[in-house]
Ligand binder design. Structure first.
Ligand SMILES: [Zn+2]
Length: 411
């Protein structure tokens, strides 16, 4: 699982595209017509009036080739391989002029997955480009009109570590919220946790940021937490009866480096709950172990289509009804926009959902947000999810816990 060094990258590009590359073919920062057809090795590719920069936080750009005056191939590689094909890319594009560009994203070890998200206001607002040629292949081509200045191009709305830290700072400043540095990542970054609600009460555990590209999951987690902290009767009652323990950025190294999946040591941290070989998971466990009393876990992610992976209705524990009731309540409001529910438990599997379920005999949900869910809906559904969670945990099981829509046989 070696990092992609320039020489490895060159060989990979060469073998992928059948090109005989000699070191002399590679230019760095060359400009003018002679640069057409030449490679620049990323993350920064500079041309006379254009500059692609993948060295921004969460950035990912591994090289460029100018194929014509306004035509570029941009090479996107994962942090290591083999890897789950969450083909993340993110870079800024600075242009001196108004122009139309023809861009091809060329992936190694993956295929195009995420519609290009474009922001020309520094990440405040985003639009997506859905007209992508070769969208199911490893070479995805699209056209882009850009104005002079800097445009962000990203696989999902870009949330770098500073953005996520700013959110943590805002929450930590709210009354009743405690912030703890519960550990240090493999690369030495702070692992920060937040807690609020009644001390010594059963704790709702929330985790996020395990998989760097799953930004919609992170946005949902933030909206969920903000709803728990509102000053209305439901949220106040909830905070009087329960504790909330939150690890919002479990994998900061992967996020900082623009990884597709892994932490800095090439490990999927959501396959490390149980082995605890990585600082990111081990220190979260040590932070809560023997100190808090979990009653449920929601772990926030993103995937192709919205889905809830949940612990099963049957088995040990006294709140097994929770995931089914949670899903049924969502479906009641959202109808066909509700996420699907897949219940089950793979004993010994080292994802957070399974480890928390096995260790604490509590209901657990992996809350997966679809890659293309409109951002407004990500926010509103997460708020609704928080309200349902609070209501169900305060009031106990609903009268009719069985959800016929699941195709289950009512008891
Ligand atoms: Zn995930």
């Amino acid at each position: 699982m070696a990092m992609l060094t320039p020489s490895v990258l060159l060989r990979t590009i060469g073998s992928l595209f059948g090109l005989a590359l000699a070191a002399g073919c590679v230019t760095a920062g060359s400009s003018g017509p002679e640069s057409i057809g030449a490679f620049q090795l990323g993350p920064v590719c500079a041309y006379e009036s254009l500059r692609f920069d993948g060295s921004i936080g969460t950035g990912r750009l591994n090289g460029c080739r100018r194929d014509g005056p306004e035509t570029f191939t941009l090479y996107i590689h994962p942090e290591d391989a083999p890897i789950n094909p969450s083909s993340w890319y993110a870079f800024s594009l600075t242009s001196d002029t108004q122009t139309h560009l023809d861009l091809t994203l060329a992936y190694a070890h993956g295929r195009h997955r995420y519609a290009p998200h474009i922001s020309s206001d520094g990440g405040q607002t985003w639009r997506t480009i859905d007209m992508v040629e070769g969208a199911d292949t490893d070479r995805a081509r699209f056209g882009l009109d850009i104005a002079p200045g800097t445009t962000l191009i990203s696989a999902q709305p870009r949330r770098n570590l500073a953005d996520r830290q700013a959110w943590i700072d805002g929450i930590a400043a709210m009354p009743g919220v405690t912030r703890t540095r519960y550990g240090t990542s493999e690369q030495g970054r702070s692992l920060e946790g937040l807690e609020f609600g009644a001390e010594d009460k059963p704790a709702l555990i929330l985790t996020g940021g395990q998989h760097p590209p799953e930004v919609r999951g992170a946005i949902a987690m933030e909206s969920f937490v903000e709803r728990l902290l509102e000053d209305d009767m439901l949220a106040r009652a909830f905070r009087e009866q329960f504790r909330v323990v939150l690890g919002p950025v479990i994998n900061p190294d992967g996020i900082a480096e623009g990884h597709w999946r892994h932490n800095s040591r090439g490990v999927d941290v959501n396959r490390d709950w149980g082995p605890f070989t990585q600082a990111e998971t081990r220190s979260f466990k040590e932070w809560i172990d023997g100190r808090v009393f979990p009653i449920a876990l929601l772990d926030f992610h993103g995937t192709w289509n919205s889905v809830l992976y949940t612990s099963p209705d049957e088995g040990e524990g006294d709140r097994n009804w929770f995931p089914g009731a949670f899903h049924a309540s969502l479906a009641e409001v959202l109808g066909e926009d509700a996420p699907a529910r897949v219940q089950g438990h793979n004993a010994g599997s080292s994802v957070a959902k399974n480890w928390f379920h096995e260790t604490y005999a509590i209901p657990t949900i992996t809350y997966e947000v679809g890659d293309a869910v409109p951002l407004e809906a990500v926010l509103s559904r997460a708020r609704l999810s928080a309200e349902i969670t609070m209501r169900l945990l305060l009031e106990g099981p609903p009268d009719q816990p069985d959800d016929a829509q699941d195709g289950e046989i009512p008891k």
